[in-house]
Design a protein around this ligand. Structure first.
Ligand code: MLT
Ligand code: MN
Length: 303
């Protein structure tokens, strides 16, 4: 199985168009220690020819251009190696790239019923015509095969409904359990297993169980501390309120996964306020010393 990190940044990316903080400014200037990060997405393939796209970020076009394996191949006038897309939620950084995938190219689109409803409710997504793009509802807990050689299982994890669908007068913001899913992506032929969880608000025993034994885990690394947005004056919400467990502090992912065995643990979906994004930071060193890696755009993992 091959996995390519197309984007390692959180919503907005690094740099983010209107962010003037240290992380963003350094990335705007092109400093090597502050690598640019497009919005979180991965591509996975069992045969190296047909690719599964996991989340369609607003940066998809740029990500495809940067990734040779995703360029059109062969002599047909229209072609894409991307044969299937799986969405883990309906946030803008998870779905906006679907609009890049217009032009009547066939692929299979897998998402929970709730996410499909959201896409149906937004007429702009009808550019993905039903006679070309097959929409499949994901049944949580039931493995499905979006491509030959890959088995995907979705599991609900603590989280919330997409930001623009929040109902602030309802309990839980109007969220349903299906609104945030993590994916186990397995290659049955080799037994290799990836856990992809770019959003997870709390790490409980069930989440630890999903991570346990995964060869590679790609986990929510949005914010370093719970009050990061508040302390920097860039937002009013805690990390948990945004649906993301912080990396450090009480219940932080760095501690919560201690003792869980993985060959590789990587943070993905990293926000421009997160100091660990800069490779010369103390926070970066701390995370690396704890056995974690920080995903970067273009990183390829062969399992
Ligand atoms: C998130 O992960 O919290 C969302 O991507 C936020 C957003 O849509 O900006
Ligand atoms: Mn996001």
């Amino acid at each position: 199985m091959r996995l390519i990190v197309l984007g390692s940044g959180a919503g907005g990316g690094i740099p983010q168009w209107n962010a003037n903080n240290a992380g963003s400014s350094r990335a705007f200037r092109g400093e090597r220690a502050s690598p640019r990060r497009t919005q979180a997405s991965i591509a996975v393939s069992a045969n190296g020819t047909d690719w599964l796209l996991v989340n369609a970020s607003p940066d998809l076009r740029q990500q495809i251009i940067a990734t040779r394996a995703l360029h059109p191949q062969g002599s047909a006038r229209r072609h894409s190696p991307i044969k299937a897309v799986v969405l883990t939620g309906a946030d803008i950084d998870q779905i906006a790239g679907l609009l890049t995938m217009r032009e009547r190219q066939a692929f299979a689109l897998h998402a929970t019923a709730r996410v499909h409803e959201t896409l149906r409710a937004n007429a702009v997504f009808n550019v993905l015509a039903d006679d070309v793009v097959a929409r499949h509802a994901i049944a949580v807990g039931t493995p499905f095969s979006p491509l030959p050689g890959l088995a995907v299982t979705a599991r609900t994890v603590p989280g919330k409904v997409a930001l623009y669908l929040e109902k602030t007068d309802e309990p839980g913001l109007g969220s349903a359990p299906e609104d945030t899913i993590a994916l186990t992506i397995e290659e049955p032929a080799t037994g290799r297993r990836v856990l992809f969880a770019p959003s997870c608000a709390r790490i409980d025993d069930a989440v630890r169980g999903l991570a346990d034994g995964a060869d590679v885990m790609l986990f929510d690394g949005t914010l370093f501390t719970d009050d990061e947005m508040i302390a920097s004056g860039e937002g009013a919400k805690t990390s948990r309120r945004m649906g993301h467990a912080p990396v450090t502090g009480d219940g932080g992912s760095l501690d919560a996964f201690q003792g869980v065995a993985n060959r590789r643990k990587l943070y993905i979906h990293i926000n421009n306020t997160n100091p660990m994004a800069a490779t010369d930071s103390a926070e970066h060193a701390r995370v690396r010393a704890a056995g974690w890696e920080i995903a970067e755009d273009g990183m390829e993992i062969v399992l």
